[in-house]
Design a protein around this ligand. Sequence first.
Ligand SMILES: [Cu+2]
Length: 273
Amino acid sequence: MFRRMNGIGSGLAAAATLWATSALALPQKWGVTFQPPASEVMTRIEDFHRLLLYIIVAICIFVLVLLLIVIFRFNQRANPVPSKTHHNTLLEVMWTLIPVIILVVIAIPSFRLLYFEATIPKPDVTIKAIGKQWSWTYEYPGANFQFDSFPLKDADAAKAGEPRMLGVDNVVVVPVNKVVEVETTGADVIHSWSLPQMGVKMDAIPGRINHTWFKATQLGTFYGQCSELCGANHDFMPIEVKVVSDAEYAQWLATAKKKFASLDDGATRLAAK
Ligand SMILES: [Cu+2]
């Protein structure tokens, strides 16, 4: 018995390891659950998700048990003469009150999270993501330049060690542990700028600017995709964000200002405003 339990234990541990490794940033075979969080917002989203999961599982088990009781104890063979009982005040009050209490228990952390996401702290860096059919254009308003970001061709991606359909030619670079405000807008139709590991997904709507933010807690490259069906090449709008140290960011900024200066004729920026 003990040995069997032990076997189950190590099986579970192996499954847990698989679970954890399957949550790497890049698509994995048999990958389950979220990519590992890289910002406080995403950590909180994951915690909230877990809370909901516990509640849902408990409710499902409870309903399943009730169903099984009905099926086995009150079928025609086991219970040929059904009871004619109806109305039970205590039961009726309970099955009204308990769901209300469950909803309140869910609502409190839900609103707390919503406010945390919606309140943008003072930004250290602001970037503007303009969705276009079908590519992203990024602007660093403080630094006064903009550039286009297209997906790499399959062969180029393989050569660069970038994931297919996620790697881009011009990567968005941001500093680690700094508040990055993201302004999103659309140049033609509605797009959506999303970066799952940061817990960010914001619609990019023509004619208006939406705001969101993230503060990356770790270095690395993070991927996302346009998340609003925007037309035939919707799947050719990957998002690649590289989180670097302050020094590297300063260095990149200096190079980018020179590199992208020629692309910036001012007109596109005015048009997008
Ligand atoms: Cu799009």
